[in-house]
Design a protein around this ligand. Structure first.
Ligand code: F6R
Length: 613
């Protein structure tokens, strides 16, 4: 959701900015723009639509001279996507240019104030208010940095800002609160960006700005200030992953590449935490005394990460015998949750930036709960704000639809549940050892599901079902959580209406929607519940449904007698089974999306990091 990039150095800025924006495309956007400081002063160029429109307008960047600039991809919040509403925005004085990621909550009041001061507006955006506010204080004090400071203390909401001033060539001021911003240190050049891939081609040395931090820089030097305006030092961090991790590497889409990266991502996430047959989550302090005193564990997240939380409820309750509740982060804050000292609240997030999840985390902390985050992006806001953090080592996830982040989050849930169960003594030695060996072989089992045979089967099934208008996913126990994720994958990338229900729930209402030819995807991967799910399949078959059943190897023959088509996955430890069952559903959605001509990596209306509530 919105991406910003800034460059100061000796190269031509526009191609560097366009390059950076391209790497931020995954965040989701509907328009883009850049502004460069050159001999004409501040020169903004913006375009609604894909980045290629802006790139063509700028002849790849070569048409815009100047070696200092800022760029932006916009995901519309205030005002429809248009050239006019695209960033960068200029102050009415023409002296200040701003790119902004986030939302200014008091924009209406500030807009009134600026109108009274004589400012004019040419867009509907909250960002133009920021540009005018800085412009106003610049006129008042004649000092670029002071003007930014004066403006920023008056802003409510979230922001990462990159700012240019016409009278101060060569300089960029950047500041952040509740939206991500990194600083990149180069040789004779410096960068800012919303995320690492935007600048990785140029530097691997970065600093993660904290809320309230300001960076004032040109190509040769940078000064950092903290929220009180005092000079501060920022720790330089080395990015360990290569640029290739954020490139498609021969695959047609990032989504397919990331589906295939799952065995490695699982290995990287699980292996370092298994030592001498034990789970060791370094730095995680959950004593027996603390765990025994817990009334309930909450699991809070959005979207697919919420579905991991739904699965975690089954897994943690089964292994630890502690009551758990999965909650959508967007609801958590507004339902006056019964949360306090005797609750552990676990937050799950790939990006570590999701606004609702971050806000829920702050709420849980304010109510005195211990917080633990499962996060993929190192140094992200959620990782920093939580009391304890366990990283998924999935590497950068670029496709909007999550795949490898989902399966690695799930693997962390297994590890955490096992560590807690061991501490509490709620798991037998035999069961613990069985899970350890199941976890050790999980990456290999996932590799098996990614075989050419399965791939072709999923492609065939997609060719058979892609023209359907509706799909219903049904399953029991952990299969019902996987149904939610499978159903979300289908709707988000293939734009096929789809719903998920626990299989036993269908006859309490939704079954009235089943008619001749309705697609039902039924998951039957839990042995003790196999017959029950088959009975539910018979119910929908009796009403004309076309049933695709995902089941275990060895159960094909029985399932084939009832369902119309089958895909079988290898049988593993029952608690780990969801990690395999989701793979064919990811592949199925991918191929359905291709058959329907959808843009798999950049589905309409969606953003990778949802940084607004
Ligand atoms: C779906 C998807 C989203 C995210 C959700 C939370 O494929 O990716 O539903 O899971 O927006 O995002 P994070 O995990 O970054 O908090």
């Amino acid at each position: 959701m919105c991406g910003i990039v800034g460059y100061a150095g000796s190269r031509q800025a526009a191609p560097v900015l366009l390059d950076g924006l391209e790497k931020l495309e995954y965040r989701g956007y509907d328009s883009a723009g850049v502004c460069v400081h050159n001999e004409n002063g501040l020169e903004p160029v913006k375009a609604k639509g894909r980045l290629s429109v802006l790139r063509d307008r700028l002849e790849g960047g070569s048409a815009l001279p100047g070696s200092v600039g800022i760029g932006h991809t916009r995901w519309a919040t205030h005002g429809a996507p248009s050239d006019r509403n695209s960033h960068p925005h200029m102050s009415w004085t023409g002296k200040i240019a701003v790119v902004h990621n986030g939302i200014i909550e008091n924009e209406a009041r500030l807009r009134e104030k600026m109108l009274r001061k004589g400012a004019t507006f040419s867009s509907e955006t909250d960002t133009e208010v920021v540009a005018n506010l800085i412009g106003y204080y610049y006129e008042k004090y004649g000092d670029f940095v002071l003007a930014v400071r004066e403006a920023v203390v008056r802003l409510e909401g979230s922001f990462a800002l990159g700012i240019l001033c016409k009278d101060v060539p060569g300089k960029i001021v950047a500041v952040k609160k509740d939206s991500p911003l990194i600083f990149g240190f180069g040789e004779g050049e410096n960068f800012i960006a919303s995320d690492v891939p935007a600048i990785l081609k140029y530097t691997q040395t970065v600093a993660y700005l904290e809320d309230g931090d300001m960076a004032v820089f040109d190509g040769d030097s940078v000064e950092f200030f903290d929220s009180t305006g005092e000079p501060t030092e920022k720790k330089r961090e080395k990015i360990t992953w290569e640029m290739s991790a954020a490139e498609r590497g021969g695959y047609d889409h990032f989504m397919m590449k990331e589906i295939y990266e799952q065995p490695k991502a699982l290995r990287d996430t699980i292996s370092p935490r298994l030592r001498n047959g034990q789970v060791t989550l370094e730095g995680i302090d959950l004593s027996a005394e603390y765990l025994k005193g817990l009334r309930k564990i909450y699991l809070v997240a959005c979207g697919s990460a919420y579905y991991v939380s739904v699965l975690a409820k089954y897994i943690i309750e089964k292994t630890c015998r502690i009551a758990c509740e999965a909650m959508m982060a967007s609801e958590f804050r507004y339902c006056d949750p019964v949360v306090g000292k005797d609750n552990l609240v676990i937050f799950v997030s790939q990006s570590g930036e999701t606004a609702d999840t971050l806000a829920a985390l702050r709420e849980a902390k304010a109510r005195g709960a211990q917080t633990l985050a499962i996060v993929n992006v190192v140094g992200s806001a959620i990782a920093k704000a939580a009391d304890q953090v366990i990283y998924t080592w999935a590497g950068p996830e670029i496709a909007v639809a999550t795949t490898k982040a989902f399966t690695t989050q799930l693997s962390v849930v297994y590890l955490l549940a096992m560590q807690m169960a061991k501490t509490l003594g709620t798991m037998s030695v035999g069961e613990y050892n069985a899970l350890i060996s199941g976890l050790e072989s999980l990456p290999y089992d996932v590799e098996r599901v990614l075989s050419q045979r399965h791939l072709e089967r999923c492609q065939y099934l997609a060719s058979r079902y892609h023209a359907h208008h509706d799909a219903f996913y049904i399953g029991r126990n952990v299969d019902s959580g996987i149904c939610m994720e499978g159903s979300l994958k289908l709707k988000e990338i293939a734009y096929l209406h789809s719903e998920a229900y626990p299989a036993g729930e269908l006859k309490h209402g939704p079954i009235s929607l089943i008619e001749d030819g309705t697609l039902v995807v039924a998951l039957a991967t839990i042995e003790p519940l196999f017959d029950k799910t088959m009975a539910n399949i018979k119910e929908v078959k009796a009403r004309g449904a076309d049933v695709l059943c995902v089941t275990l190897e060895g159960y094909e023959e029985q399932a084939e007698k009832i369902a119309d088509s089958i895909i079988a996955v290898p049988k593993v430890h029952p608690l780990l089974q969801p990690s395999l069952s989701i793979i064919p559903l990811q592949l199925f959605s991918y191929y359905v999306a291709l058959y329907r001509g959808c843009d798999v990596d950049k589905p309409r209306n969606l953003a990778k990091s949802v940084t607004v509530e």
